[in-house]
Design a protein around this ligand. Structure first.
Ligand SMILES: *[C@@H]1O[C@H](CO)[C@@H](O)[C@H](O)[C@H]1NC(C)=O
Ligand SMILES: *[C@@H]1O[C@H](CO)[C@@H](O)[C@H](O)[C@H]1NC(C)=O
Ligand SMILES: *[C@@H]1O[C@H](CO)[C@@H](O)[C@H](O)[C@H]1NC(C)=O
Ligand SMILES: *[C@@H]1O[C@H](CO)[C@@H](O)[C@H](O)[C@H]1NC(C)=O
Ligand SMILES: *[C@@H]1O[C@H](CO)[C@@H](O)[C@H](O)[C@H]1NC(C)=O
Ligand SMILES: *[C@@H]1O[C@H](CO)[C@@H](O)[C@H](O)[C@H]1NC(C)=O
Ligand SMILES: *[C@@H]1O[C@H](CO)[C@@H](O)[C@H](O)[C@H]1NC(C)=O
Ligand SMILES: *[C@@H]1O[C@H](CO)[C@@H](O)[C@H](O)[C@H]1NC(C)=O
Ligand SMILES: *[C@@H]1O[C@H](CO)[C@@H](O)[C@H](O)[C@H]1NC(C)=O
Length: 367
């Protein structure tokens, strides 16, 4: 109170030439930075200087923020409100921060998020940190609404790690067309659906480590293919290596170059498969479709056997021919001689026949 009074008096006397600093905060004009760290503050302090670009109000007891909290702070680009007890973010809370690029709300207890909570002027927001920020999974519907209505078309990075999310509402990220980095690690996601990641046209990195994925069926694989070529992190999921996981295992093998932790992915269940590399999981290791595999093998074996038998028969035939080569030669000569005799006989008969016919023709011509 005394600080404030002094500040007001000084301001009145000097026309506020000297920039001031709110009580319990540290201000550095040279660094354009104000820090109010772990000072038991219950609300956003007033009197933050206009030069401030980096504003840290962290580790306090602030439970509510609204549009009146950040007036006249045109130059703030980085705002951290992490480690407070913020439970509600009202509409247009950050609209006054005309240059805001990075907003850190990590380690809070957001239960109510208004649809236009994150609107920043000129779509200036680039980074939003909501790590360990949601009170419980129920807040995810509010979050989905605010991601939709807050004009976050320029957002590059969104951190939603450590939030106990069980599922992601369909198309939750569909308005984040510039997003490059999405962190979803340490949630409880069990599946990836059709349109979970739709709209993420520029995604470069997706972190799904430490979730509850037991496998990823075709639908999810298609979804992950739809955000190609974003790199993926899939480690520390409880993969269940039993029949049915082969499409996923094959996909992993095929997509290795974009899965940063492909080499580290291991089965968690069943116990007999624990620690087996997911890349080594194939049809044979799982013993699935054993009958088909057996049939294929039998068929192949029978083809090989047939080939060998035919080859053997052929060899014997050639060998017999070789042994009888003299007899065959003789028979060929005999046949030749016989042919010759037949030919000679025919020739002779032709000559006999042709005589009278010729004379007959000439007689006809004379008439
Ligand atoms: C923001 O910074 C600019 C340049 O540093 C300065 O001229 C302006 O007065 C500052 N805005 C406020 C509200 O103090
Ligand atoms: C402010 O945010 C930017 C990203 O928008 C980051 O690169 C920079 O390090 C941050 N500065 C401070 C002081 O935290
Ligand atoms: C909005 O952004 C554009 C370009 O990024 C800039 O030229 C313009 O001054 C900004 N307007 C406001 C009100 O900050
Ligand atoms: C978000 O905040 C948490 C905790 O404050 C920090 O560990 C994490 O690195 C931040 N995320 C990003 C993307 O900066
Ligand atoms: C989340 O917290 C609210 C308020 O305490 C409660 O009504 C709701 O059931 C909780 N949701 C979950 C999923 O625990
Ligand atoms: C995951 O998040 C929970 C809280 O949701 C936390 O207690 C736990 O330490 C986190 N695990 C890791 C490895 O960060
Ligand atoms: C997934 O998308 C296809 C069309 O792309 C649609 O036919 C199918 O019903 C969808 N499945 C779910 C579970 O939404
Ligand atoms: C799995 O591998 C890790 C490290 O490679 C090892 O610490 C752990 O004991 C192994 N677990 C089992 C059940 O083999
Ligand atoms: C994985 O892919 C490689 C080629 O990239 C192939 O040689 C190998 O047999 C495949 N492994 C399995 C189990 O399919």
């Amino acid at each position: 109170m005394l600080d404030l009074a002094k500040h007001v008096v000084l301001c009145a006397l000097l026309g506020c030439v000297y920039a001031s600093c709110p009580p319990r905060c540290e201000c550095s004009e040279a660094a354009h930075t104000v820090k109010c760290v772990s000072r038991d503050l219950r609300s956003i302090p007033t009197g933050i200087p206009g030069y401030t670009r980096n504003l840290f109000i962290t580790g306090n007891q602030i439970s509510r923020i609204g549009p009146e909290s950040f007036k006249g702070l045109d130059n703030v680009t980085n705002l951290s409100l992490s480690n407070n007890r913020i439970s509600e973010v009202e509409s247009h809370t950050f609209t006054g921060l005309r240059s805001l690029r990075s907003l850190d709300l990590s380690n809070n207890q957001l239960a109510v998020i208004h649809p236009e909570a994150f609107i920043a002027q000129n779509q200036s927001l680039r980074e939003l940190n909501l790590s360990r920020a949601l009170y419980n999974h129920s807040s995810v519907m509010d979050l989905a609404n605010s991601l939709r209505w807050s004009s976050l078309g320029n957002l590059r990075s969104l951190d939603l790690s450590h939030n106990s999310l069980i599922f992601l509402p369909s198309r939750i990220f569909s308005h984040l067309s510039s997003l490059q980095r999405l962190q979803l690690s340490n949630n409880s996601l069990v599946a990836i659906h059709n349109s979970t990641f739709s709209g993420l046209e520029r995604l470069q990195e997706l972190d799904l480590t430490l979730n509850a994925l037991k496998t990823v069926p075709e639908e999810g694989l298609r979804e992950l293919d739809s955000i190609y070529p974003a790199t993926l992190l899939l480690g520390e999921n409880p993969f269940m290596c039993k029949c049915g996981i082969e499409p996923f295992a094959l996909w992993l093998n095929r997509s290795q170059e974009r899965i940063s932790d492909a080499e580290d992915l291991v089965c968690a269940f069943p116990a007999s498969m624990r620690n087996t590399s997911m890349l080594a999981v194939g049809t044979l290791t799982l013993g699935c479709h054993q009958r088909n595999v057996g049939a294929d093998l039998a068929l192949q074996t029978s083809y090989v056997f047939l080939g060998i038998v035919l080859g053997f028969v052929g060899l014997i035939f050639l060998f017999v021919l070789y042994l009888n080569r003299k007899g065959i030669k003789k028979r060929i000569y005999d046949m030749r001689d016989a042919c010759r005799e037949v030919w000679d006989g025919y020739h002779y008969r032709f000559e006999i026949d042709s005589g009278p016919r010729l004379s007959q023709v000439s007689t006809n011509a004379d008439m």
